[in-house]
Design a protein around this ligand. Structure first.
Ligand SMILES: *Cc1c(COP(=O)(O)O)cnc(C)c1O
Length: 846
């Protein structure tokens, strides 16, 4: 990627750009590396303590403080020195040789463009709703740490996702404070001549202008588009107001902006990614625009351009149920993209629709964005091992007659960016045991490091962390109670709620029925007994938003709030409103146990439980998502039998009972099993195991390295090969594919002859191949995997040509499996494509 010469000296809303030394502060404030590196916190706090406390947004501070105050500090030698040190540290972090440079010095990969509907980088940039944004944000931060050349693309929402207020009786209210772009750590993206870069896309009847912005994330960059340009029609200006707001008509416009507008933005910046990574199907329209761009530049057909460009696209799916995919009606597609398909892509509308349909001939089927993403990618992955399996089932219909194990969806298990979620106490303790650079480069098991820390030290670490959380909860509770006008008796106890030495459980996530946030409320009296146990008390902090139109989800919040009120449990149980990144940070840093109770297998991965690992918290979770692959009895507790039970109420009741039992018989007694020094050795042992073995495995550092080595690098190499010589290989791929398609149904099998001799089964089969080039197919003996293992696939050799025109194929296998386990099949096989992802033809012998 070329270094962009973009003048960012005209900052939106900044008054004092002429003060000596201000540039340094601007540079610091606009690189949101401060969201995970807290070295500059003190400096901002110095400038405006109150504003810092409430916003944690350096850019707001810089814009708000007076000229006098800035001048006073910038001329103070102590402040100056601190500032210089910070700048130097930032420079060093940016220029130090990275894992990527050291490990892949000669790579063909120069740029990965990452597309996502949301990014959770910091609460000062509220353009996220939850998990999906978390994945995008944390991976971008890790890419910066590792020096992986990612540029990210997203949308700048004027209102973002709703903010939550909870009424006295537990009713959720949605609030939409306005994100003044001038106060966000973003800058307008200006061309060298000072012109604000604006991207044009066509919506029916009128072009629409998108303003471009940039966010510096360590050494990586995030580009954002918004539609609030003065030249737009009023109806278009609000398209990028809300994240996940409105209905499908708004969503399709947003996705056109993200995919098509986003790709055009890269082009305007002369960024030429080898790899485009779609974080969920929202961005899938980029598949069309990337092919469009290639087709125009190289004079190919759309089909050929797609065959070339898809090899450089990667699709990560995050959905665990078919209903979760975005889809658009044929009429909406026609209205929004009919003209684009015809005029830009040269595609008949039905050919466009076919890219998003399971049954390409079904004219009433809607357009599924995940299907487009699959048909436009060279690789597809789910976000945990279990979710990979779930996704293979969900997408099996796109690969008719293929065994589900061969549906081409792999997995890369998510991780979290540890430096962003660790507390200052955790940072201290990890630095002491493993050094400052522990999250960079390759990291493995930390058992040796963590075992250096004494039991007392680890227990104290936990106690300090819990103490800090209790202070936080008290302050939040007081604010919340006063704002709500709760009775003064309730407000008055704010400084007594929660106890620093009591076992603290946390539960925070989206309030939707499948996450079963009320599982603990199955037997309210039993829960009250657990909480109120006079010798071994327990406290519980909750948070989470219900989707604004999800009445069932909102009911679950009400259920908790009313439970707390009815049993007067304020001292033990609190529901904190407005779950966001800052609240999440405080919770995961302080709790002893993080609870998660989804219905398996609907939690694709889950990431919040990974955030407690680095902080010495333990997980008690259903064996779903990441926990299904992380759990062993030494590191935490598991709920469920590792099977699926749908929404069977009897199973819910059974799991609730098990949850109480685990708490009563294991978690609580173990936590309070204090030795003479007041330390629970058994607890510390679990902490040690969980910290040492799980933290490195569920870090985004591992995730990004896996994406890099298993996906980005091979995709870049493949794309370069296919794109060379004006897409010559792409043309070949299309012509071979079409030829196979035309002749495929005429393939005929003769009867298979099998002889068993000398511990071998000898298979012979005559096949009539109507002028099919043998170089383009593979004949295989196939047997299903045993006990969930990989299927057996043995290539059959072309042996001799029969007089009857049949090609005779031969293979031998050893006799460990019976003959009837094996079936002969024919699949496409030619250079440059991945089968069955890019060609799903298959013929089975009957
Ligand atoms: C981590 C996080 C999430 C995602 O957590 P899940 O495990 O998927 O529930 C959602 N929202 C916020 C604010 C988070 O910090």
């Amino acid at each position: 990627m070329k270094e962009q010469k973009i003048d960012t000296s005209k900052f939106y809303g900044l008054m004092h750009t002429d003060i000596e030394g201000i540039d340094a502060l601007i540079e610091l404030a606009l690189n949101i590396r401060w969201s995970w590196n807290h070295a500059s916190d003190k400096l901002w706090e110095h400038l405006d303590p109150e504003l810092w406390e409430f916003t944690r947004n350096p850019w707001v501070i810089l814009q708000t403080v007076s000229r006098d105050r800035l001048e006073e500090h910038l001329t103070d030698p102590v402040f100056q020195e601190k500032l210089n040190d910070l700048l130097e540290a930032n420079e060093q972090a940016i220029s130090a040789p990275s894992w990527f440079q050291q490990n892949h010095p000669k790579t063909a990969l120069t740029t990965i463009a990452y597309f996502s509907m949301e990014y959770m980088l910091n609460e000062a940039l509220p353009i996220y709703a939850g998990g999906l944004g978390n994945v995008a944000g944390d991976q971008l931060k890790a890419a910066s740490d590792l020096g992986v050349p990612v540029v990210a693309v997203g949308l700048l929402y004027a209102k973002g996702y709703f903010r939550q207020e909870i009424g006295k009786y537990g009713t959720q209210n949605a609030l939409f404070p306005y994100n003044d772009p001038g106060q966000l750590p973003v800058t307008p993206l200006r061309l060298p001549n000072g012109e604000w870069l604006r991207i044009k896309v066509s919506l029916p009847g009128h072009p629409i202008w998108l303003r471009a912005w940039q966010v510096q994330v360590g050494r990586a960059r995030l580009y954002l588009l918004d539609s609030n340009d003065a030249a737009n029609l009023p109806i278009h200006r609000g398209i990028t107001d809300e994240l996940y707001g409105g209905g499908p008509e708004l969503r399709i416009k947003q996705e056109i902006i993200l995919g098509i507008g986003g790709y055009r933005l890269l082009k305007a910046l002369d960024i030429k990614p080898e790899v485009c990574h779609m974080n969920e199907g929202h961005a899938a329209f980029l598949v069309l625009e990337r092919a469009n761009d290639f087709m125009k530049a190289n004079g190919t057909s759309f089909e050929e351009a797609l065959a070339v460009t898809r090899t450089g696209n990667l699709f990560t799916t995050h959905t665990a149920v078919a209903a979760g995919f975005d889809h658009f009606s044929p009429s909406s597609m026609e209205y929004h993209l009919g003209a684009y398909a015809k005029k830009q892509l040269g595609l008949d509308f039905n050919d466009l629709m076919a890219l998003g349909r399971a049954d390409i001939n079904n004219r009433s089927e809607s357009f599924n964005m995940a299907y487009l993403a699959i048909r436009g990618s060279g690789a597809v992955n789910g976000v945990s091992r279990l979710h990979g399996e779930v996704s293979r089932n969900l997408f099996n219909n796109l690969f008719p007659r293929w065994p589900v194990e061969e549906v081409p969806v792999g997995h890369v298990t998510n991780g979290v960016h540890m430096p962003c979620w660790d507390s200052k106490y955790a940072d201290e303790i990890w630095t002491e045991s493993c050094g400052k650079d522990r999250w960079r480069g390759e990291l493995a098991d930390h058992t040796a490091h963590i075992s250096k820390l004494s039991d007392e030290k680890l227990w104290e670490f936990r106690t300090r962390s819990r103490n800090r959380l209790v202070d936080f909860i008290r302050a939040r509770f007081e604010r919340q109670a006063i704002v709500l006008g709760l009775p003064s008796e309730v407000v008055g106890i704010a400084n007594q709620v929660f106890d620093p030495d009591t076992l603290t459980l946390g539960f925070a996530r989206r309030f939707v029925p499948y996450k079963r946030p009320d599982l603990l409320l199955h037997d309210p009296e039993r829960l009250v007994r657990i909480l109120n146990n006079s010798e071994h008390p327990v406290q519980l902090v909750l948070a989470g938003k219900a989707p604004p139109f999800d009445e069932a989800g909102k009911g679950l919040i009400r259920k908790w709030v009313q439970f707390i009120q009815q049993h007067n449990l304020y001292k033990h149980v609190l529901f904190l409103s407005d779950y966001d990144m800052m609240l999440a940070e405080n919770l995961v840093q302080g709790v002893d146990v993080w609870l998660n109770t989804p219905r398996r297998p609907w939690e694709a991965s889950g990431t919040s439980g990974m955030k407690v690992l680095v902080n010495g918290g333990l997980n008690l979770s259903v064996l779903d998502g990441w926990w299904a692959e992380a759990y062993t009895p030494e590191v935490g507790w598991a709920l469920g039998d590792g099977q699926e039970h749908g929404d069977d109420p009897a199973w819910d009741a059974h799991e609730a009972a098990t949850l109480y039992e685990i708490l009563e018989q294991q978690v609580v007694p173990e936590f309070y099993a204090h030795n003479k020094k007041g330390v629970s050795e058994i607890w510390v042992e679990r902490m040690r195991k969980s910290m040492a073995t799980l933290t490195p495995r569920f870090s985004t550092n591992r995730t990004v390295r896996e994406y890099m080595e298993d996906f980005y690098l091979p995709a870049a190499i493949n794309y370069k090969k296919c794109a060379a010589r004006k897409g010559a290989k792409g043309k070949k791929i299309v012509s071979v594919g079409n030829e196979l398609k035309n002749k495929w149904n005429a393939i005929q099998f003769g009867s298979v002859e099998i002889e068993s001799a000398r511990q071998k089964h000898h298979f012979k089969v005559p096949i009539w191949l109507p002028e099919i080039n043998l170089k383009h197919i593979q004949v295989e003996l196939f047997a299903e995997g045993i006990n969930g293992g990989a299927p057996e696939k043995i290539k059959m050799k072309f042996d001799w040509m029969g007089e009857d025109g049949a090609h005779n194929f031969y293979a031998q296998v050893n006799t460990s499996r019976p003959i009837n386990h094996y079936t002969v099949r024919i699949v496409p096989s030619y250079e440059g494509i991945s089968v069955p992802l890019e060609n799903n033809l298959i013929q089975w012998q009957h």
